[in-house]
Design a protein around this ligand. Sequence first.
Ligand code: ADP
Ligand code: ADP
Length: 231
Amino acid sequence: AALIEMREIVKIYPNGVVANDGVNFSVDRGEIHALVGENGAGKSTLMKILYGMERPTGGEILLDGQPVHFHSSNDAIAAGVGMVHQNFMLVPSFTVAENIVLGQEPLRNGLLDQAEALRVTRELSQQYGLRVEPEAVVDSINVGMRQRVEILKTLYRGAQVLILDEPTAVLTPQETQELFAAVRKLVDQGKTVIFITHKLREVKEISNRVTVMRSGKVMGVVQTEDATRES
Ligand code: ADP
Ligand code: ADP
């Protein structure tokens, strides 16, 4: 059975734009699922509904077979659905470790427990092969590492499903390969990954399945070759 089942999702924005027009979208556990389509196809809207940022006008969402109603992205993350933001909602003057635990800080005598923050950061970093410098100030690190911090932050908050929106847009080819290696490691450890892209080469390289959207509708769902999983 599917882990995520979005059924007949309709989203009409207050200005009358029909961004999703009866979308059926299904993701299995452990899948790397690509969501593709040209600008304006409705991909971001569908994902915003999935991570609780927008309310659907119609349709339903099942998670592990259970209907869910997310009223905020906090509801979604509590249910295990996490968005890896690409506009980098990190605090520039805080360290990597501080950013990762932000919002769910381990405390000691009422203050942030720095040692514990460093420990969980190192542990997650190792577990998922996402290289970061825990004590570096975010302001001083490059975009590739910032993205890894975003992913670790989402994992720290308990994400089982990670949504990545055009994650490679800002990355060098080498950083892209590192990201893909990390994504494979995530699914090897039981996570599920949805990523929005418009680069067909990436779809073939990393995904198991792809959903193609156009004008607010799903045009098709395609199984990508298993050869893509061999490295
Ligand atoms: P994609 O992610 O595939 O580029 P979007 O979901 O961002 O597509 O947009 C789908 C349609 O909904 C577009 O026509 C876009 O202009 C419109 N849209 C997106 N967000 C809003 C919004 N907050 N209010 C009104 N219209 C929106
Ligand atoms: P993106 O454009 O990176 O996909 P979203 O569309 O999800 O970002 O969010 C739009 C805006 O909503 C963000 O720029 C941010 O200001 C705000 N926002 C979304 N999620 C959060 C969050 N978890 N915490 C704080 N602000 C948020």
